[in-house]
Design a protein around this ligand. Structure first.
Ligand SMILES: Nc1ncnc2c1ncn2[C@@H]1O[C@H](COP(=O)(O)OP(=O)(O)OP(=O)(O)O)[C@@H](O)[C@H]1O
Ligand SMILES: [Mg+2]
Length: 325
């Protein structure tokens, strides 16, 4: 699948400027999200997935994070250059996000209905009577039974899975072209998780929106995504169609990640884990960031960053061993 580019991220750098140093959490991220696709963003905890997403939304934590370089082109327009007022127009209507911790996205003192109506007021400026009808329809769209009753309830009266559906309904209320879902199912148990993934996939088909799906779980990638971008220590190290990456992962880090997926690695109980730790984001090496953990590392891997190598149609990886000698 090689559709039209909807969102293009180019050389994005978002750092935390702290008293004890600079944390390079996002440090040269580039990828393209195409119209109507689900692109997975996968990598170990702390590699910069959430911060990449928050940079695209321009909703960075107040604790000293700044995007210092790069472009985020939404249909060719760099949204990093937009004013805060323009960003408020863009957020929700063109690009929207389901946060990693859904429980904190709902306000405990307002009813579900009030929170949905507020979203519709902001997105579409509809009249109050229409908003209630839209709120009921929105709950029905995310498979919440008896929405007319549910609408008067408060978050604490709902299960985790139901709250997550409400958060999803709010996120898509403005019919965004791009939805960022940041580990939307980590807080849910396995059955509920599966239902939620199916729901997201169905909504994606119905609306045609493109999804940037963040997860650390390659099993979820296989279920949800068309293409996948693998992130390591602040950068994308491999990107390509999901099937290709599963069949022929090119970067040693991607291979190690796939080998650590329970259902996909040989006999049960023989889970591979990746030895060692990622480098400190305060003190990144000049060379390949994975070199210290890589079984194939050569001297040149430690000397200089490999740069992106095109391996095949629509498939790239940052690895010296793949570069022409
Ligand atoms: N408030 C903060 N102050 C300083 N550093 C931070 C802060 N928040 C995050 N970081 C750093 O930024 C890096 C990237 O964080 P991010 O939340 O993007 O990781 P992630 O890939 O989403 O991880 P996870 O899978 O655990 O959600 C982390 O390694 C962390 O060290
Ligand atoms: Mg995260």
């Amino acid at each position: 699948m090689s559709g039209e580019a909807l969102l293009e991220v180019r050389d994005l750098h978002t750092h935390f400027f702290l008293r004890r140093g600079v944390v390079k959490a996002v440090d040269g991220v580039s990828f393209t999200l195409r119209r109507g696709e689900v692109l997975g963003l996968v990598g170990e905890s702390g590699c910069g997935k959430s911060l990449t997403a928050l940079s695209l939304m321009r909703l960075l934590p107040r604790s000293g994070a700044r995007t210092i370089k790069g472009e985020v082109l939404l249909q060719g327009e760099d949204i990093l250059k937009r004013t805060p007022a323009q960003m408020r127009e863009i957020r929700g209507r063109r690009i929207s996000m389901i946060l990693q911790d859904p429980q904190t996205s709902l306000n405990p003192v307002f009813s579900i209905g009030d929170q949905l109506c507020e979203a519709f007021r902001r997105q579409a400026g509809t009249r109050p009577a229409e908003r209630v009808r839209e709120a009921v329809a929105a709950l029905r769209r995310v498979d919440i039974a008896a929405p007319e009753q549910r609408i008067g309830q408060y978050p604490h009266q709902m299960s985790g899975g139901m709250k997550q559906r409400v958060v999803g309904a709010i996120a898509i209320s403005g019919e965004p072209q791009v939805l960022i879902a940041d580990e939307p199912t980590t807080a849910l148990d396995a059955t509920i998780q599966l239902q939620y993934l199916k729901l997201l996939k169905r909504l994606q088909r119905q609306t045609g929106m493109a999804i940037l799906f963040i997860t650390h779980d390659f099993g979820v990638v296989a279920r949800m995504c068309d293409r996948v971008a693998v992130m390591y220590a602040g950068r994308i190290v491999e990107c390509g169609p999901v099937r290709r990456i599963f069949e022929a992962p090119a970067h040693p880090y991607t291979r190690a990640l796939i080998a650590s997926v329970p259902a996909m690695s040989g006999p049960a109980g023989r889970l591979t884990t990746i030895e060692g730790q990622p480098p400190s984001l305060m003190d990144l090496p000049d060379g390949c960031r994975f070199a210290a953990r890589c079984a194939y590392a050569e001297p040149r891997c430690r000397d200089a960053y490999p740069g992106m190598v095109r391996i095949g149609d629509d498939h790239t990886a940052d690895c010296w061993r793949l570069a022409a000698a």
